[in-house]
Design a binder for this molecule. Structure first.
Ligand code: ZN
Length: 589
């Protein structure tokens, strides 16, 4: 007879994997202790593939020490499987198989009720349909198992092979404002095949979702739909909506990321992360940045109730997925370093109220004419950088004097992305006006062509309640689709492109509250451009012409100082050769 293979425990210290400078003992002291519990899956899944990806994502976060606990294989005995839960702040479950021994289940329930942490990933919510406490912990669950497991999970009782359905609890989805528990809809769980789909944050003031974009495109995953369970003490963090073109697409906003309060314990449930039976960890569903980030943050939250892991700057927007090819370079190039080495400063005409300027500096109440301070002349440190607590280079503009920070390089076909937030200070001559800055692109010609300070260019407006508005700066013009209202012209993507010169308002104003970070993006292809604000399309234009009427195909980038304190970070650029497909459709470009 085979000696029963009880279970394997693979201890891998994160410090060793990383060659971290900390000694192992220091690392262990500070790190969050995670058990990654895996070893079985149904016949459509690979626990090896998923757990390998999850393990790597946990190590990459740099704050976890991970023990990977692998059960005996499917079909073998689980007798003696009794991990010491108490050594861990959080248990990550990638396990989809037979029920654990009763004492193990009981000790796990005690661990959770006393304040343990649990994260279930994808098919782990198929597990244990007849274990009531587990159903309470995970809120909602999926496929029970007829035909999914060989040997069957409940060989002695064929009636126990059903998938979860209405007898497990309501259908839960998001409608308009709120989570709906619908007891009128019967049915079993289902999902369409993997595809890219839109995720929408539903609870913003939660540590896991804080700073995430309102919507993003999730790369190639299954949308678990009509999951069933008691759904008690649930908070839906984000929902997914399937592309209706796919068979089995749910008509509802399905809860895909949610939390459950269970006793004193915290549960983070992500239904994402499908890895097929014949696949390994190199699939998009577990390497897209939104999966990685929400998983890492969910584990930290389940362990501690807080989240310190930042949202990475390659997090997807609503139009493009963002998938990391394992350890390969991205095309993104960071534009900020502490010395601002990729830029030059040009200062305009200081207002007469500015103090402590070098003798002989021209000052005026009218800052748009006269003699500018000129190139590389910033004695008041209007443009500076500092390091954030997270180690990011933050570019700070005091706003005291009009000026511009200009790239030394020129660009033509690219995607530019940055985060930006307002400070509190305002200065003359805009003390009573909205806070203002701006990102000029396709800048060309001499410094000071506009108001003695800025270059001829296209402007992505950065002004309170006007993010992403479009302004032509000392050029002939461009074409944009717009509608005229009483007082102003407003971008209207369904209108036809017509000649435009001057100030065109964006369609929506999705500003973050004062002091919080906004994500600003510009897509540029030659003389065409698209503006996004916090993931929302707000502007598109084409046929940009310079002052002489020649196509404006390339240029520098210039960030404005315009009498308001403002900060930028995570500023970066990458080459593109086409607009994202959805943006092409929406803009007609
Ligand atoms: Zn799956």
């Amino acid at each position: 007879m085979n000696p029963p293979l009880l279970y394997l425990v693979v201890f891998i210290a994160s410090a060793l994997m990383f060659n971290a400078p900390l000694s192992a003992s220091e690392g262990e002291q500070d790190d969050i202790k995670v058990m990654l519990l895996t070893g079985r899956s149904n016949k459509y899944h690979s626990w090896e593939g998923l757990s390998t990806a999850l393990h790597q994502h946990l190590l990459d976060a740099g704050i976890f020490s991970v023990d990977k606990v692998v059960t005996s294989p499917t079909g073998e005995s689980l007798d003696g499987f009794s991990p010491d839960w108490s050594k861990y702040q959080v248990i990550v479950i990638d396990y989809e198989g037979a029920e654990w021994p009763e004492p193990t289940k009981e000790s796990f329930v005690r661990y959770m009720k006393n304040g343990g942490g649990l994260v279930t990933v994808h098919g782990a919510d198929n597990s244990f349909p007849y274990w009531p406490e587990y159903n309470d912990m995970i809120g909602l669950g999926g496929w029970g198992g007829a035909g999914l497991h060989s040997p069957p999970l409940y060989p002695d009782d064929p009636s126990k092979h059903a998938s979860r359905d209405e007898s497990w609890g309501p259908r839960v989805y998001w409608h308009k404002c709120c989570m709906v528990h619908d007891n009128s809809l019967p049915g079993k769980t289902y999902h369409p095949k993997r595809h890219d789909f839109l995720m929408t944050v539903r609870t913003f003031d939660h540590p896991i979702t804080e700073d995430l974009p309102e919507m993003w495109l999730q790369a190639s995953d299954e949308i678990y739909s009509n999951l069933r369970g008691p759904a008690k003490n649930m908070t839906i963090l984000a929902t997914g909506f399937a592309n209706p073109a796919y068979r089995g697409a749910s008509p509802y906003n399905e809860p895909l990321l949610f939390t459950v309060d269970y006793g004193k314990g915290r549960v983070f449930h992500t239904t994402l992360g499908h890895v097929g039976a014949k696949e390994d960890e190199n699939v998009q569903s577990v390497n897209n940045v939104s999966f990685i980030t929400t998983f890492q943050r969910g584990v930290e939250w389940a362990a501690t109730g807080q989240v310190s892991i930042p949202v990475p700057d390659d997090f997807p927007n609503a139009y493009e997925t963002s998938v990391r090819a394992s350890a390969t370079d991205e095309n993104w190039k960071s534009m900020l370093d502490p010395e601002l080495s990729q830029w030059e400063v040009f200062m305009g005409v200081p207002h007469s109220t500015v103090e402590d300027l070098p003798t002989g500096t021209y000052q005026s109440d009218k800052v748009t004419s006269g003699t500018p301070m000129g190139l590389s002349n910033d004695p008041k440190d209007v443009f500076t950088t500092y390091q954030s607590e997270e180690g990011e280079t933050v570019f700070k503009i005091s706003g005291e004097i009009y000026g511009g920070l200009s790239t030394l390089d020129e660009f033509e076909n690219y995607h530019f992305k940055t985060q930006m937030r307002w400070g509190d200070k305002k200065w003359e001559p805009r003390l009573e006006d909205k806070r203002d800055s701006g990102i000029l692109y396709h800048t060309h010609g001499e410094h000071g062509a506009f108001w003695k300070v800025w270059k001829s260019s296209l402007e992505y407006q950065v002004q309170e309640s006007d993010l992403g508005d479009f302004i032509t700066i000392a050029i002939k013009g461009a074409k944009a689709p717009f509608k005229k209202t009483d007082k102003r012209s407003v971008y209207e993507p369904k209108a036809k492109y017509e000649d435009w010169k001057g100030y065109l308002h964006a369609e929506v104003e999705p500003d973050a509250p004062h002091g919080e970070w906004n994500t600003l993006e510009i897509y540029v292809l030659g003389d065409q451009a698209i503006h996004l604000v916090n993931g929302r399309l707000v502007m598109s234009l084409k046929d940009a012409l310079d002052k002489e009427g020649k196509p404006l195909l390339r240029g520098g980038i210039q960030i404005q100082s315009e009498a308001a304190e403002v900060e930028y970070k995570n500023m970066k650029i990458r080459p593109i050769d086409a607009f994202p497909e959805i943006l092409k459709q929406k803009t007609g470009l």
